[in-house]
Design a protein around this ligand. Structure first.
Ligand code: ADP
Length: 474
């Protein structure tokens, strides 16, 4: 198989699929990056919020302790004020868990000293990721912290009630001090857990982001490389095709030049000989001689006629499209034999036919050209010195192909000529033909993607075998 054929047979994947892959990958990459940045930014806001929560809780505990020992009402106010920070976050958490009003949640978060611009991200992450493992664990810790804050608030209320009524004893002071310290410790641990869980989640998200970015970038790079390699291959194929076409054009041009030159020469030569014959006939008085001259004129005209019909075949073969149609080989052979009976000695030849294949699907015009030329050659080059002259025609189906065989016991082809018989204008006897017959046959066979071969022995006879593909055997 030629390189060009191999390149042609190579099936290219559809480049539009590659473009689509690149497009989808880019879109996914943009979406993944956008949402990951949003998640990471929301995580940062949560960590920020946690630090306010923690600071609020610590300040509140501090003010409550001072209030416990100083009974300064200012400290009580400051306690309530600082406690509002974790309480505001707590209200936001409960509202968001119940998928309640975002306004209340926003207010709560603002009281929790979260930055106004972070609120959307905090609420968005809560709404969409509250079921996701890391956030659900963090919300859990947050919930536990809120319960402790509520207990701190209750202890504050108890202390305030006792101070108001002047009932607070030193023992109770010790008791509340222990309670507040224990609550602070628990809250500290809660807050640490909350931050750690969020930190862990952030790290995981970052790893996922890197992996997905690398994956999609690889997909994009591979698709683009494949796209370019396909395009380069396509360019190479079309370049090769153009080169082959150019080479063919050069060959065709050369053939055409030769054809025009030889055709004009061959068309003129019978006319020149006719003119000569007419001139000598005009001077001739002997009737028998005149008849001889007339016979020679007839032969000259017959040659001219044959040559013109060859040119017509040549042009039809070149010009007309190959049309696959039902063809009867038997009819083509019978028609050709009856048309060729005028050739000298044709009637002395015995024709035999063994047609195993008759109806096939092929190009009728080309088959007619092939059969006519092979039979006319077998008749023209019959060996009159032989006692019995025969031409045998066979058709059969072999290896999935239809075959035609035309065998004769004519003069055969000399070994020196075998290589050239299919060339344009190659003929061993200019009186018998134009030298175009087998050239046209070969072109016609190639047009129907068939094949032709010859087996011949000088003085013994010749066998031409034509293979016709793409046909439905009889
Ligand atoms: P031509 O018009 O000269 O017959 P072709 O192209 O048909 O031209 O044939 C080329 C040459 O091949 C012929 O001149 C002849 O020498 C040889 N040839 C073709 N067919 C036969 C055959 N059946 N028997 C012997 N020679 C043949």
């Amino acid at each position: 198989m030629s390189k060009l054929q191999a390149l042609k047979n190579f099936r290219f994947p559809n480049v539009f699929i590659l473009i689509l892959i690149v497009f989808i990958s880019c879109a996914l990459l943009i979406c993944i990056n956008f949402f990951t940045i949003k998640i990471l930014s929301a995580n940062r806001a949560y960590v920020n919020g946690e630090s306010h929560y923690s600071k609020g809780q610590k300040d509140a505990s501090r003010h409550l302790l001072t209030y416990l020992y100083t009974k300064d009402s200012n400290q009580w106010k400051l306690f309530l004020q600082e406690l509002k920070v974790p309480q505001g976050d707590g209200i936001a958490r409960i509202t968001l868990l119940k998928a309640g009003d975002n306004k209340i949640a926003r207010n709560g978060l603002l009281i929790g000293r979260n930055h106004e611009e972070d609120l959307d991200d905090i609420i968005w992450l809560f709404d969409n990721f509250k079921q996701v493992s890391f956030l659900s664990k963090a919300i859990d810790e947050w919930g536990k912290g809120d319960k402790l804050i509520f207990r701190l608030f209750i202890i504050g209320q108890q202390i305030n009630a006792k101070i108001d009524r002047n009932l607070l004893t030193a023992k109770e002071q010790q008791y509340y001090l222990k309670q507040i310290s224990s609550l602070s410790d628990q809250l500290n641990s809660n807050e640490r857990n909350f931050s750690n869980i969020l930190g862990e989640g952030t790290r995981k998200i970052k790893d996922l982001l890197i992996i997905s970015n690398v994956f999609f970038i690889l997909v994009i790079v591979c698709s683009v490389c494949l796209y370019y390699s396909i395009m380069v291959k396509r360019l190479l194929v079309s370049k090769k095709e153009t080169e082959v076409k150019n080479e063919n054009l050069i060959i065709v041009n050369r053939e055409l030049d030769r054809f025009v030159y030889s055709a004009s020469h061959d068309l003129r030569s019978p006319i020149t000989s006719l003119k000569g014959l007419i001139e000598i006939t005009a001077l001739e008085e002997d009737v028998t001689q005149v008849r001889n001259y007339l016979e020679m004129m007839h032969q000259s005209l017959a040659r001219q006629d044959q040559f013109i019909s060859d040119i017509i075949d040549y042009s039809k073969n070149k010009r007309k499209e190959v049309i696959m149609e039902p063809v009867s080989l038997k009819e083509l052979f019978n028609e050709a034999i009856s048309q060729l009976m005028h050739i000298e000695n044709a009637r002395k030849i015995k024709f035999t036919q063994e047609l195993e294949v008759d109806h096939i699907e092929s190009d009728g015009l080309r088959l007619k050209i092939i059969i006519n030329n092979l039979l006319s050659n077998a008749i023209k080059y019959a060996d009159c010195s032989k006692q019995e002259m025969f031409i045998s025609i066979k058709t059969y189906f072999s290896d999935g192909l239809n075959k035609i065989e035309v065998t004769d016991n004519g003069i055969g082809i000399h070994d020196d000529h075998k290589e050239n018989i299919f060339d344009m204008y190659f003929g061993t006897n200019k009186n018998k033909g134009s030298g175009l017959g087998l050239y046209i046959v070969k072109e016609a066979v190639e047009n129907i993607k068939g094949d032709i071969s010859v087996i011949s022995e000088n003085t013994i006879g010749s066998k031409f075998i034509v293979t016709i593909p793409n046909s439905h055997g009889a």
